[in-house]
Design a protein around this ligand. Structure first.
Ligand SMILES: NC(=O)c1ccc[n+]([C@@H]2O[C@H](COP(=O)([O-])OP(=O)(O)OC[C@H]3O[C@@H](n4cnc5c(N)ncnc54)[C@H](O)[C@@H]3O)[C@@H](O)[C@H]2O)c1
Length: 333
């Protein structure tokens, strides 16, 4: 059995990071969190988890955390994630995602933290020529968000060649859903993720859902995406960490998705069925740079890790997102 080493989760107060914290503590790993709470929430961090409010570029704080916690692995979720904002303000993304990831790696190497898991993204592929997309497909991001993440992957590759350090870059497809026990979920106000927006509309928190583009080269004309349940994704991180510890000389880059696509209308229909309501859909034009279809080829992660998705089912993802949205209403009053 893998020895459970102390893990620092950056961005652990955010959507995906808070699920990773739960997956780690549920499996018995010692966990600490660093988060500057720009888009994360203090309530998302479970009681008993050491929390450091601060920025990942603060090298003194990182050195103190590593010393106090005996950190041996980092799961790095902290970052900025809004694609259109990255087009308007690219330097924010190259600062918060690229430069600060470099600062975090620097602190890790100086302190001898040997394992690093990184939240990468399908946006590193840009508009793929083939779907499903494999990890070896060309990396051609079409926005600064994707480039900021790809640059971090490149740095990780070089650092792993030069230092006793291995990493796993996980390229997420569309992350959705919430903890099955509704302990955490996506809490961002004004989120743009389709399933989050659709359950908000179903609960009357929004008047309608905009459908961006109805002339894509897909069966119903709306964009097709590969939705992965956030708890399955969090679990993949724990398994990836075990793989890094088991083989310190090996680094990994893997897609995280189910390898199955659903259109925007499929998703809205699923939300209607689960809630027994009809969400108002407003058909609008395409947004710049949206591919017709973005589906993962997930053979590599399945061959490399003993990853068994438990919630790979659209109605289950919707039910969990809905339960969290209701819980969030209680929390916020
Ligand atoms: N949500 C998705 O569908 C998706 C898809 C692909 C990749 N990702 C990546 O996953 C990661 C987590 O995304 P999320 O959806 O949970 O976003 P999120 O905004 O909910 O979480 C990000 C967290 O990082 C914190 N943070 C940001 N900058 C920081 C800094 N400089 N120092 C300390 N804390 C900082 C925020 O306060 C927040 O808690 C991101 O790196 C994102 O690029 C997300």
């Amino acid at each position: 059995m893998t020895q459970k080493l102390p893990v620092l989760v950056t961005g652990g107060a955010g959507y995906i990071g808070s699920h990773a914290v739960l997956a780690l503590i549920d499996a018995g790993w010692p966990v600490a969190v660093i988060d500057n709470l720009t888009t994360g929430f203090r309530f998302a961090i479970p009681e008993g988890v050491a929390f450091y409010e601060g920025d990942i570029e603060d090298s003194e704080l990182l050195a103190r955390i590593f010393a106090e916690q005996g950190t041996k692995a980092i799961m790095h979720f902290a970052g900025s994630i809004i694609v259109p904002e990255s087009v308007e303000n690219p330097l924010k993304y190259y600062h918060n995602n690229t430069a600060k990831s470099r600062a975090l790696m620097d602190a890790a190497v100086k302190a001898g933290v040997p394992h690093f898991i990184f939240s990468s993204t399908a946006a590193t592929y840009g508009i793929p020529e083939v779907s499903p997309v494999t990890e070896d497909s060309p990396k051609a991001p079409i926005n600064p968000y994707g480039t900021s993440k790809l640059m971090t992957e490149i740095m990780l590759g070089d650092v792993a060649k030069a230092h006793p350090f291995n990493y796993c870059a996980l390229r997420y497809f569309n992350v959705a859903g919430a903890d099955p026990q509704a302990r955490t979920g996506q809490s961002t106000a004004g989120a743009t993720h389709l399933i989050k927006v659709a359950v908000e509309a179903a609960l009357g928190k929004r008047s309608h859902v905009a459908v961006f583009g109805t002339d894509f080269d897909t069966p119903d004309g709306t964009g097709v995406r590969d939705y992965i349940h956030v708890s399955d994704l969090a679990n993949a991180h724990v398994l990836a960490l075990e793989a890094l510890i088991a083989q310190p000389g090996r680094s990994l880059t893997m897609n995280c998705g189910y390898g199955k696509g659903f259109s925007v209308l499929d998703v809205l229909d699923a939300v209607d069925r689960v809630t027994n309501r009809t969400i108002e859909r407003r058909l609008e034009g395409r947004r710049a740079g949206d591919p017709d279809s973005l589906i993962s080829d997930n053979r590599r992660i399945k061959a490399t890790l003993p990853w068994q998705p438990r919630y790979a089912d659209l109605p289950t993802i919707v039910e969990h997102a809905l339960a969290w949205e209701r819980r969030l209403t209680e929390i916020r009053g």
